[in-house]
Design a protein around this ligand. Structure first.
Ligand SMILES: *[C@@H]1O[C@H](CO)[C@@H](O)[C@H](O)[C@H]1NC(C)=O
Ligand SMILES: *[C@@H]1O[C@H](CO)[C@@H](O)[C@H](O)[C@H]1NC(C)=O
Ligand SMILES: *[C@@H]1O[C@H](CO)[C@@H](O)[C@H](O)[C@H]1NC(C)=O
Length: 243
């Protein structure tokens, strides 16, 4: 009996090993940032008035393969779209930013067969970004950059209701007890087969430190539902904190 159980368990383990996907992540986080807010933190100047890609991040793993080097020529056909949708907001040339994202996140995403090349990874990120089309959805519901503040709940409801899942909203808090917070980043989550999912759904998940990537200093943190949201129009970065 015991032997039978052991054999059974051994077989189950072996088949689970063979059948389960090799990657250790369970969720992909498609992160959009709002250039004006990002540049307010980073002292850059951006004339972009669309939500651009920050990254496509698996929820587990960082720098999974240091020998797998980024090679721009492998995504040559994607470059015009990359420049538009995934620009480096700090530097005029973006490939260093893409290399950073590839080394840190792409090599981990690439543990899954569906994303196991540079072209698949960047191509899928662009595909999801266009499919989600956050800009159009916000415009459609009249959530546009404005000098007036939005109740956080309004933005959240518009977006979450439209997509049918919960997003993660990141804001910059200009100071302690400030009367407003600045909308900076929106994270949309996908299952490993690229269906939308709630951002907080999976268990056993390590907290993702979203402020790590290229961002530093004041940083993004989860928006406070009680504090009005400023969704800033294009402006000089230095004016952002002093409105
Ligand atoms: C890491 O990347 C290299 C270069 O693409 C590849 O040959 C190797 O199999 C990868 N290693 C792992 C563990 O994925
Ligand atoms: C980058 O990829 C191209 C096209 O496959 C290849 O010819 C080139 O040798 C690669 N460059 C490096 C540094 O690996
Ligand atoms: C996130 O990362 C930043 C920069 O590395 C660090 O200063 C901060 O403490 C981290 N936050 C959390 C919650 O781990």
């Amino acid at each position: 009996m015991k032997l039978f159980l052991l054999l059974f368990l051994a077989a189950a383990t072996a088949s689970a090993f063979v059948l389960s996907p090799q990657h250790t992540w369970t969720k992909l986080i498609l992160t959009h940032h709002w250039p004006t807010t990002f540049c307010g933190m980073e002292k850059c100047h951006s004339k972009i008035d669309t939500w651009t890609l920050h990254g496509l991040w698996p929820n587990n793993g960082n720098e999974c393969n240091s020998t797998w080097h980024f090679n721009e020529s492998l995504i040559e056909d994607l470059l015009p779209d990359m420049e538009r949708s995934w620009p480096d907001l700090i530097s005029p040339a973006s490939p260093k930013f893409w290399m950073y994202e590839w080394n840190k996140h792409g090599t981990c995403a690439a543990q899954a067969e569906s994303l196991n090349s540079e072209h698949k990874y960047f191509g899928k990120a662009l595909e999801l970004y266009h499919k989600v089309d956050l800009d159009s959805v916000l415009k459609k519901f009249d959530v546009t950059p404005s000098k007036q503040y939005y109740p956080f709940g309004h933005i959240q409801e518009v977006i979450d209701t439209f997509y049918g899942v919960n997003m993660k909203y990141q804001c910059v808090h200009p100071s302690k007890n400030a009367a407003y917070q600045i909308l900076g980043q929106i994270e949309i989550c996908f299952t490993s087969d690229f269906s939308l999912m709630d951002c907080e759904k999976t268990f056993r998940e390590k907290p993702v430190n979203s402020s790590v990537t290229t961002v530093a200093k004041p940083g993004f943190s989860v928006c406070d539902p009680e504090v009005p949201v400023y969704y800033p129009p294009i402006m000089q970065a230095q004016h952002l904190w002093t409105i």
